[in-house]
Design a protein. Structure first.
Length: 191
C-alpha cells in the first residue's frame, strides 16, 4: 500500500499513531462482523476493481457533484465555486483508498492512516491541499455516504463475470469495511 508515495497528500505509513488500539480495532471488527472471509472477499474485489477505479470515481463524483450540500465541502468558502485542484487531488487519493480498502492488512500502519483520514474530514480538513473550503465535513454526511459508496459498487463487481453469490459476498465485505472505516474516522470527531 505504500507504492503511491508520490501521490499528493498520500501519507500512508507517515502519520502519527491512532488513539484507537489494535485491540479496540479487533473489537470493532467483531462489532461489524468483519472476519477473515470478508478480508478475502475484499482482496478478490481488488483484482476486479483495479482497472475500473476511474469509472467508480466518475460515479461517486457524479453523485457528490449532483448534491449541492455535498459539493459545498469541496468549494471555495467565499465564492461557493468548486475548487478544481482540490477535487482532483482528493479524487486521486480516493482512487487509492479504493485499492487500499481492498488490500488492507488491518495492522497498526493501516489503523494510523484511518485516524489521519478522519482528521482530514474534520480538524485537518483543507490543510493537506492548502485550500480555503468549508472547515469540516459534518460526521452525519460522512456516515450517510456509506450507502451510496457501497451500493454503487455492485455493477463494477459484476463486470468481470463473478457469480451472483460472489458479488454478494464482495459487496457485503465492502459494506462492512466502509462502515468499519467510518467508525474509525469518527474518533477524530469525538476527541
Amino acid at each position: 500500500m505504500t507504492e503511491d508515495r508520490a501521490l499528493p497528500g498520500y501519507t500512508y505509513g507517515q502519520v502519527p499513531r491512532s488513539p484507537v488500539t489494535l485491540e479496540e480495532l479487533e473489537e470493532l471488527k467483531r462489532t461489524v462482523t468483519f472476519g477473515e472471509d470478508d478480508a478475502a472477499a475484499l482482496r478478490r474485489s481488488r483484482d476486479i476493481l483495479a482497472d475500473q477505479v476511474e469509472a467508480i470515481l466518475d460515479t461517486w463524483y457524479g453523485f457528490v457533484g449532483s448534491q449541492p450540500h455535498l459539493l459545498h465541502y469541496f468549494s471555495q468558502r467565499d465564492t461557493g465555486r468548486p475548487i478544481e485542484r482540490y477535487l482532483e487531488r482528493v479524487r486521486a487519493r480516493f482512487g487509492r483508498w479504493i485499492l487500499d480498502t481492498a488490500a488492507a492488512d488491518y495492522d497498526q500502519t493501516w489503523l494510523d492512516y484511518q485516524h489521519e483520514i478522519g482528521l482530514r474530514h474534520h480538524t485537518k480538513k483543507n490543510q493537506t491541499d492548502g485550500v480555503d473550503s468549508a472547515p469540516t465535513i459534518p460526521l452525519r454526511h460522512v456516515i450517510g455516504l456509506v450507502y451510496p459508496i457501497t451500493a454503487t459498487l455492485r455493477p463494477f463487481l459484476q463486470a468481470k463475470g463473478a457469480s451472483d453469490e460472489e458479488v454478494d459476498r464482495m459487496q457485503d465485505a465492502w459494506r462492512k469495511a466502509v462502515l468499519l472505516q467510518v467508525a474509525l474516522w469518527s474518533e477524530a470527531y469525538t476527541r
